[in-house]
Design a protein around this ligand. Sequence first.
Ligand code: SAM
Length: 251
Amino acid sequence: MYNFFVDESARIGGSFKISGKDHNHICNVLRMQVGDIFLVSCGGTSSLCRVTQMGEDTVEAEIVEEDYRNTELSVRFYLFQGLPKGDKLELIIQKTVELGVAGIIPVEMSRCVMKLDDKKKKSKRERWQAIAESAAKQSKRNVIPEVFDVLTYRQAIERAAELDLFLVPYENERGMVATREALGRIKPGMSVGILIGPEGGFDEKEIELARTGGAAVVSLGQRTLRAETAAVTAVAMGMLHVEMELDGDGQ
Ligand code: SAM
C-alpha cells in the first residue's frame, strides 16, 4: 500500500488534500481512481485513507481509519556517521531508515577520506534527505527521519552527550559484556546516539574524547566490519532489542 507524507496544513477535517508532486504521482503515475486507498502519514501518525475526489491540482482523500499503524520505535536512535567514501552514506541512510532510525548526522572525522566544502555539504544533504524520504515511504514509516547538517567530531560528541545514551562501536574494543550492558540500559522513550567511524576508523584521541563525553564504547563482534556494515548492524541490534524486549506485545 502506498504511503504519502503530508504536513498538518493538508488536513481538512476528516480528509486530506494532497497536492504537488504527490498529486501528480497519484493521478499520472499510479493512475489511482476515486475509492482507491492509501496511507497518509502526518504529524507522526499514519491514517488509512480513501480517494474521494481527483482535481486538477489536488486529490482529496477521506480518513477511513486514523492512527492505522504505528511503525515507529519507542526509542529514538540517532546515527552519527563518520563520512565514508563515495556514495556509501546513501546506502547507510537507506538501510538505517528502514530499520527505524530517528535521525542521521554525518560527522567529519580525522580519518575521513571524503572532505566536503560548504557548497557540497548543502547539495549532498538535499540528496541524502531525498534518500531518507524514499526509504521512509518504502518502509511505511510514520515519519521521515531528518538528515542533519555535517558536524565536526567535537560538535558530534557534544550533541550526543545531550542524549540519554551514547554508544560508540569501536573496532579495537574486545568482548561483548559492555555491548550487552549498554543494550540493557535502553528503555522506552529514550534517545540513543550511535557513532560509527569511517573506513579508517577512530584515532585514539577521538575515542578518548568519546569516553570523556560519557560514551559506552562497545564491540560489534570479533570481525572488523566495513563502516556501512557496522552502521546497519548497530542500528539493527538496537532496533531488534527494542522491538523484542520493549515494544513487542510479549510474543
Ligand atoms: N580501519 C579500521 C581497522 O582496520 O581496524 C576499521 C574501521 S571500520 C571499517 C569502520 C567503523 O565500523 C569503525 O570505526 C567502528 O565504528 C565500526 N566497526 C567495525 N567493526 C567493528 C567491530 N567489530 N566492533 C565495533 N565497531 C566496529
